[in-house]
Design a protein around this ligand. Structure first.
Ligand SMILES: NC(=O)c1ccc[n+]([C@@H]2O[C@H](COP(=O)([O-])OP(=O)(O)OC[C@H]3O[C@@H](n4cnc5c(N)ncnc54)[C@H](OP(=O)(O)O)[C@@H]3O)[C@@H](O)[C@H]2O)c1
Length: 319
């Protein structure tokens, strides 16, 4: 594959981008995958307030529309707009249909925030048969990013500052890529092994792509958002997302447990910083935690493995 080169209560959160708010925004466009809830939703709210037009990339149209409605006050405040792009990262045909529509439309993308993700699910497979976590967290985003490259290039041609941000996790540290069996076909499935592998893939993809895009005006960085109270634990604690009332006896325990977690708004700060701060204009190929660059795992820096992951991903998504 060729890389083409040519809140109402928001002030209570300490932001890393303070002092820079609104200074770079104009009417740039940010596409946020998984923008209907959690960290993605909070990032959308903040970018709208800063004057970015935001496209929510969602798999569920109903949830996407509900999020758009909730985001209206932020959009009004920033004089910006919200749009919806419906595609399922667990189905490469769905990703490809969306990216074709986006390319036909030709709207430049200034910020691509690859945020959607799932964690520690039971063994499930995507439409094309990949293990779900590597499929959604890495391969779906790999295809999305590559297909949308002409729209990021358009933005870079205009102002030399297009940004790709991959929401990884500190869970990448124990992760390793099994190049012989990335989809858990010939070994016993480990839901955490699969999550850690997919998050390491996010970091390695960021590094390899940043090198390919050197001097293109498009930067690529990865981040860990912190440990955040969102719906990410839906497979570990199904009551988080079910309609059922949480049993009374588990409420005190749950509230103690969640008091140690960041709020989604706090967890969105590194994403917001990398998407919008002038401090990181031109900064590329880095891993961030708490709005600061941080060393990622040893394996993530292995250039041969980064290339191998790129080649394998390209083959799997058949670019
Ligand atoms: N929360 C944490 O502590 C934490 C820590 C480290 C890293 N992260 C990373 O942060 C990112 C955001 O997670 P979050 O905590 O905000 O979780 P979340 O509240 O569960 O949000 C995840 C988002 O991803 C979307 N999604 C899931 N599968 C998808 C698919 N097949 N196609 C399209 N969208 C899909 C979900 O859509 P639906 O609403 O339709 O399900 C939802 O919008 C993830 O990449 C996660 O790995 C989170």
């Amino acid at each position: 594959m060729k890389v083409h080169l040519s809140t109402a209560s928001r002030c209570r959160v300490k932001t890393c981008a303070q002092g820079s708010t609104g200074s770079t925004s104009g009417n740039k466009t940010a596409l946020i995958t998984g923008g209907n809830t959690g960290i993605g939703y909070e990032t959308a709210a903040s970018l709208l307030e800063k004057g970015y037009d935001v496209i929510l990339g969602c798999r569920n149209e109903e949830k996407g529309r509900a999020a758009m409605k909730k985001l209206e006050p932020f959009a009004r405040k920033g004089g910006s707009s919200t749009d919806l792009a419906v595609f399922d990262l667990a189905d490469l045909n769905s990703v490809s249909e969306y990216t074709k529509r986006a390319l036909d439309e030709g709207r430049p993308i200034d910020v691509l925030l690859n945020n959607a993700g799932i964690m520690a699910c039971p063994l499930m497979r995507t439409k094309q048969g990949f293990e779900q976590q590597i499929g959604v967290n890495h391969l779906g985003h790999f295809m999305l990013t590559n297909n949308l490259m002409p729209l990021l290039e358009k933005s870079a041609a205009e102002h030399q500052d297009a940004r790709i941000i991959n929401v990884a996790s500190s869970a990448h540290y124990p992760g390793t890529i099994d190049f012989n069996d990335m989809s858990w076909e010939n070994k016993e499935y480990s839901k955490w092994g699969a999550y850690c592998q997919s998050k390491l893939a996010n970091v390695m993809f960021s590094y390899e792509l940043s090198r390919k895009l050197q001097n293109s005006g498009i930067t690529v960085n990865a981040l860990h958002p912190g440990v955040v109270a969102t719906e990410l634990g839906r497979y570990l604690f199904p009551s988080l997302t079910s309609e059922e009332e949480i049993p009374w006896w588990s409420k005190p325990l749950l509230s103690v447990a969640t008091s140690f977690l960041l709020t989604p708004e706090q967890g969105a700060q590194t994403s917001i910083y990398l998407a919008s701060s002038p401090d990181v204009t031109g900064v590329t190929g880095k891993y961030y935690d708490s709005c600061k660059p941080k060393t990622s795992s040893n394996e993530s820096y292995d250039l041969e493995k980064q290339k191998k992951l790129w080649d394998l991903s390209e083959e799997l998504v058949a670019l």
